[in-house]
Design a protein around this ligand. Structure first.
Ligand code: UD2
Length: 295
């Protein structure tokens, strides 16, 4: 389900006439299982805000800033204030081993920062992978206080609007690095012994580990499944090619996302912008891996 409730708009709301003939023709805006693919020009933000704002929804965002990655947090938080669900209730959950170094960022009314302590780690792969476990646990604590959750990489910044158009029960973002490629080139886990295995000739898109979300129950099931598969693999002495990103891709192959976000929702600063990308909303910053990773 893309929508979880009737789409009611206020009477007499004025907005641009939608066209059934004209729109984006340079990109695909719907998947073969009829999930919308969100690109600039496919939605009207005024209309969407008028539908979602009155519902008084709360959107959670999780972000991990372990070890030296704490240095990315300030820009992430400041730019999220400018672009991420502006005008909505937003709870940002920061998971860090350096709680004292969390920057003071002025947040608008209705927006809150929650800091949770996590252990330090020696391997970056473990930090990345353990996110699923912590997301699972967080959702179990949130119960019904939150409607939607997005799980985002910290080494990134917002540059443009990211709002209600991104809401859905299970939301995945197309990875900017592979969306023009044949699926045989996707960096899925290719060893059949791994629970993240995707066979040649299978798979839809290559999705980002750095941004995904949806309704709480859906993301809970995703996190729980990816965690269990990651841990079962570990017992067998196997770590998927891209850790939880591989497991996420395996999950989304069977459990199709109800909404797909275009690479506008996770670009990478080192890439020049392709013509179909009219706006970069969120983008990974350039980082020196040798300098910031624990090993
Ligand atoms: C890709 C994915 C990332 C993850 C990883 C594979 C994108 C854009 N990024 O990014 O989500 O799937 O491959 O494991 O899709 N972190 C820390 N401290 C550390 C290391 C990592 O806090 O020492 C956290 C932090 O929130 C970071 C995230 O883990 O944003 C992912 O790690 P990464 O950014 O180093 O991984 P990267 O860029 O290879």
């Amino acid at each position: 389900r893309t929508h979880d409730f009737p789409l009611v708009v206020p009477n007499h709301l004025q907005y641009k006439q939608p066209s059934i003939l004209q729109g984006r023709t340079d990109v695909v805006t719907v998947t073969p299982w009829l999930a919308p693919v969100v690109w600039e020009g496919t939605f009207n933000p005024v209309l969407l805000d008028s539908i979602y704002r009155p519902r008084n929804i709360t959107v959670a965002a999780t972000v991990f800033a372990v070890g030296k990655y704490i240095k990315f947090l300030k820009d992430f938080l400041e730019t999220s204030e400018q672009h991420f669900f502006v005008g909505f209730k937003v709870h940002v959950y920061v998971f860090t081993d350096r709680a004292q170094e969390v920057p003071q960022v002025k947040m608008a009314a209705g927006r809150q920062l929650m800091v949770r302590s996590v252990p330090s780690s020696k391997r970056w792969q473990e930090i990345s992978a353990r996110r699923m476990e912590m997301i699972q646990t967080l959702i179990e604590e949130l119960h019904n206080s939150t409607d939607y959750i997005f799980c985002l990489d910290v080494d990134s910044k917002f540059h443009g609007h990211w709002g209600a158009e991104s809401l859905g029960s299970l939301v995945a973002v197309i990875h900017p690095g592979y969306y023009r490629d044949d699926r045989s080139r996707f960096p899925y886990e290719r060893r059949p012994t791994s629970r993240a295995y995707i066979a040649p000739g299978e798979g839809d898109f290559y999705y980002c580990g750095g941004a995904f979300g949806g309704r709480l129950q859906e993301v809970h099931l995703l996190a729980k499944t990816c965690r269990a598969n990651f841990e079962a693999d570990a017992k067998d002495g196997i770590e998927a090619a891209w850790q939880e990103e591989s497991h996420l891709n395996r999950y989304m192959w069977t459990n199709k996302p109800s909404k797909v976000l275009s690479p506008e929702y996770l670009w990478q600063d080192f890439k020049s912008r392709n013509p179909e990308v009219h706006i970069v909303r969120f983008s990974g910053v350039i980082k020196n891996y040798a300098e910031i990773r624990p090993n």
